[in-house]
Design a protein around this ligand. Sequence first.
Ligand code: ZN
Length: 152
Amino acid sequence: MLQRRLDLLYRECEKAAKDGEIPIAALVFDEEEEVLLHNEVERRDDPLSHAEILALEEMMKRKKTRYLKDCSLLVSLEPCLMCLGAILKAGIQDLYYVLDDEKKGAFSYYHVFADDVLRIHRIKDDRHKKLMDRFFQSMREQNKEKKILSQN
Ligand SMILES: [Zn+2]
């Protein structure tokens, strides 16, 4: 995995956090093209607007195709079941992800076996765990402040 792609992915996660979104980003790429997006669950008020789905859709639009067989997907968090379904539907062959998702991850939690149709690569990048922890810490602090304000 190119360091340049990991840096782009991390920057997009930081952007997501700044926008008040959980810092998750996805990068779909092949030799010619790259699509990098972060999740928009809050902005769109849509629990289906995960980074992977948005990035796959945008790449299909750009390439004017329903299948992305020569593309790879890099995502900062292990895909959920919905996104893994979309990844398989799109025909992605290589999936790279950074953080495990022990609560909702297709592999870590649901133990989906997809190794026969998808090459799955776990990537190490310590920045994501720290960013995620900072994000949820500040969310908790904001919620605490809101509670205190509503009590007064
Ligand atoms: Zn998902």
